[in-house]
Ligand binder design. Sequence first.
Ligand SMILES: [Zn+2]
Length: 249
Amino acid sequence: MKIVLSLIILITGMSLPPAFGQDRFLAKDPPRSLLENLKRGNARFISGQLIHPHTDAERRKLAAEHNPDLYTFATILSCTDPRVPVELIFDLGVMDACVIRTPGNSCGKREIDAIDYSTKHYSTPLIIIMGHNECELIKAALNEEAASDLPASIIDFVKPVRKLVDRVREENPHLRGKALADRCAEEHVMEAIRKLFNGSPYILEKAQQSKILVVGAVYDIKSGRVDWINHRRVWNLMRSIIAEKEKSK
Ligand SMILES: [Zn+2]
């Protein structure tokens, strides 16, 4: 196979992805270094010093002529809320990230399938599940009155969040107002990560092998800052899901 490929390359002069035939995750920077890249982009967004990388004609030419999986390094699930402009928040450009947005960054079967697909198809070593403060969905789950203004189609997204809110209230009876809403936003992200690990054996395996890093985050719509959920929480969640799966074999 390798000889045939070498001949094709010699004859046609075509170029192949650097990691062709190998594990394509390994051809990219390590997930933690890619995460630092996103953190630097968010710092530029907060300070109003965006550099808008990868948005010029040369990049668009690359996009037209090459497979994006050579360049795309992150898959991000976020909320549809227009106050959460994902690419700007991280100062990203063309082909940098696959962004999936749903009301309240809800993570059901279709979203899990979309994340699983983009992780495999574009070999993204980094998966970010990002909630945000002041989320209408969390507000509606916390407050029946807020939910009464929402269309029926959105209520389907609210229902599962109500269960989560009830659990957060029960576990944290001292929390009220903003503190309670902020905790719910964080726990909603953790719930999405739990569903992702449970629903995608591929992502669970790659995360266990540290080829993929799954990270939880909550965005502050006023400051523009992304707060990162302690990775130990995500790691412990992953370990407990693996242990559950082992037990049920
Ligand atoms: Zn939202």
